[in-house]
Design a protein around this ligand. Structure first.
Ligand SMILES: NC(=O)c1ccc[n+]([C@@H]2O[C@H](COP(=O)([O-])OP(=O)(O)OC[C@H]3O[C@@H](n4cnc5c(N)ncnc54)[C@H](OP(=O)(O)O)[C@@H]3O)[C@@H](O)[C@H]2O)c1
Length: 287
C-alpha cells in the first residue's frame, strides 16, 4: 500500500511513522519543510508539493490544523489524485466541514472519511489512539488497514456517516476545554478564599478535575507549559468549532473559548493547560 501523509505536526509525524513500521510505502508532505527528517531517515520520501505526494497514492491521510488548512490542502489533493483515491482526514474539523470536504472530494471522484483521533502524543507514538470514523461502511472497511496503524484495535470504530466522527470528537474536546477553564477558576476561587494551594490541589485531585490534574499537575506546579502535547491554539479552534456546530447557544463553552483565546494571546504554542494557569493567576481581581 502507498500512503501519502500530509501534515507532520506533533501528531502527524508520530502517526506517519507507523506506516513505515508496517512496511508500507510512505510519501510525506508538510507546508513548512524540515519536519520529515526522522521519517526520511527510515525510508519515507518527502514530496516537494501536495500534488507530488498524492500521485500514485492508494490512501491520502490528512493531519492538519483545522478546517481552513484542510480546505486549502484538499483542493490540491483533488487536482492531483486519481479518481477513487481514499482521503482519510484525521484533522479535527467539525461535522459540517467534514461533510463539505466529502462533497468536495466526491466532486473530483475521490472518497473521503473523517477519522479524528482521541488521545495525544503518547498514544500517537504507541499506536494506541482512539479513532472515531465517519463514512460509508465500504470506505471505512478500505480505510481500516490504515486507521489500525495508529489506533488501538478496540478503539478504532465507525461511528456513523461522514461527520459523525467529527461530531463526537468535538464533544470530547469540549469536555477537555471546560475542565481546563473550570479548574483555573477553582484555583482562583481557592486563592481568593485564602486556601493553601497544595491542599487545594490535593483535594481537587479527588474530584472531577482528577483526570486533568493527573495529566497536567507538573505543568501547573512548574508554571512551564512549553512541553506542549495539545496546544492552546488547537483548543481555541475546537471550542469555537463546538460553539458554531451547536444549534443551541452554549454559553459555558463560549466563555471557555474566550478564556482559551485570552490565554492563547499571551501563550500561543504552549500546552492548553496554560488556560488553567491564566484563569488562576490573572487577570487581576476587580476589588
Ligand atoms: N496534539 C494532540 O494531542 C491532538 C490530539 C487529537 C487530535 N488532534 C488534532 O490533530 C490535528 C493536528 O494536531 P497537532 O497537535 O499535530 O497540530 P500541530 O502540531 O499544530 O500541527 C499542525 C499541522 O498543520 C499544518 N498546517 C497548519 N496550517 C496549514 C495550512 N494552511 N496548510 C497546510 N498545512 C497547515 C502544520 O504545518 P506547518 O508545520 O507548516 O505549520 C502542521 O503540520 C489538529 O486538528 C488537532 O486538533 C491533536
Amino acid at each position: 500500500m502507498r500512503v501519502a501523509f500530509l501534515g507532520l505536526g506533533r501528531m502527524g509525524v508520530l502517526m506517519a511513522a507507523h506506516v513505515l513500521s508496517a512496511g508500507h510505502d510512505l510519501v510525506v508532505w508538510n507546508r513548512t519543510p524540515g519536519r520529515a527528517a526522522p521519517l526520511v531517515e527510515r525510508g519515507a520520501r518527502e514530496a516537494p508539493s501536495v500534488g507530488a505526494a498524492v500521485a500514485g497514492a492508494d490512501v491520502v491521510a490528512l493531519m492538519l490544523f483545522g478546517p481552513d488548512s484542510v480546505r486549502e490542502v484538499l483542493a490540491e489533493v483533488c487536482a492531483a489524485a486519481p479518481p477513487g483515491t481514499l482521503v482519510v482526514d484525521s484533522t479535527t474539523v467539525g461535522p459540517e466541514a467534514a461533510r463539505e470536504f466529502a462533497a468536495t472530494a466526491g466532486a473530483s471522484g475521490l472518497r473521503y472519511i473523517d477519522a479524528p483521533v482521541a488521545g495525544s502524543v503518547g498514544p500517537a507514538a504507541d499506536g494506541t489512539l482512539g479513532v472515531l470514523a465517519g463514512g460509508s461502511q465500504g470506505d471505512y472497511d478500505d480505510a481500516l488497514p490504515v486507521l489500525s496503524l495508529w489506533g488501538a484495535p478496540d478503539r478504532v470504530r465507525r461511528v456513523g456517516e461522514v461527520g459523525a466522527g467529527s461530531a463526537l470528537k468535538l464533544c470530547v474536546n469540549q469536555s477537555l476545554g471546560v475542565l481546563a477553564a473550570g479548574l483555573g477558576e477553582s484555583l482562583r476561587l481557592g486563592a481568593d478564599l485564602g486556601l493553601d494551594r497544595e491542599l487545594l490541589l490535593e483535594v481537587l485531585g479527588r474530584t472531577g478535575y482528577g483526570w486533568f490534574l493527573g495529566q497536567k499537575r507538573p505543568m501547573l506546579d512548574s508554571g512551564d507549559f512549553s512541553a506542549t502535547t495539545f496546544s492552546v491554539d488547537l483548543m481555541v479552534k475546537d471550542l469555537r468549532l463546538a460553539v458554531d456546530a451547536a444549534h443551541a447557544s452554549l454559553p459555558v463553552t463560549a466563555a471557555c473559548a474566550d478564556a482559551a483565546a485570552a490565554a492563547a494571546d499571551v501563550a500561543s504554542g504552549q500546552d492548553y493547560a496554560v488556560i488553567s494557569a491564566h484563569l488562576a493567576d490573572g487577570p487581576p481581581a476587580r476589588r
